[in-house]
Design a protein. Structure first.
Length: 162
């Protein structure tokens, strides 16, 4: 996959996690549904001296020294972002920005293999002989998407930059 850029600057994955402390002042001056002006973004600018910040549901981007560094928010931070964007309060405290795992890295992106046929049944002699009973039938439907629960009323996930 090609290298990732935001506003012409390259993006690299964080090597280690970073802990930030979100204060009452950050929360008071924050704006809802704005990735660059939420309470976590203000805390990152204040504590980490970042030039620019984008806090999304699935990704956190910090611009430091002309490069963007990509993190992923902890579940606690993600929960607070959703609550805040929907009109609730952001709880002050310490939150973790996690380093991106290798499998989530934009350099190691792989697509899932496609099934060989529309319907696949496993009745091979080897599968039957394993337990002395017929193997369970497997039914695979091609081009069927898993329906995920969509959360509305919040900022975008942040994994749509190129």
């Amino acid at each position: 996959m090609p290298e990732m850029f935001i506003e012409g600057a390259s993006v690299e994955d964080a090597k280690r996690a970073v802990r930030i402390t979100i204060s009452e002042t950050d929360i008071r001056h924050a704006s809802r549904k704005l990735p660059e002006d939420c309470a976590a973004a203000l805390a990152c600018k204040r504590e980490l001296h970042a030039d620019d910040v984008r806090i999304h549901i699935g990704r956190v981007y910090l611009k430091m020294n002309g490069k963007w560094v990509r993190f992923r928010p902890s579940p606690a931070l993600r929960t607070e972002i959703v609550a805040f964007d929907r009109g609730g309060q952001f709880a002050p405290g310490e939150y973790l920005l996690k380093a991106m795992p290798p499998k989530k890295s934009h350099h190691n992106h792989k697509t899932a293999p496609k099934p060989k046929s529309i319907i696949e049944h496993s009745h091979s002699p080897a599968a039957t002989a394993r337990r002395g009973r017929p193997a369970r039938r497997v039914h695979i439907v091609v081009n069927s998407r898993r329906r995920y629960h969509r959360v509305g009323g919040i900022r975008p996930t942040g994994n749509n930059y190129r």
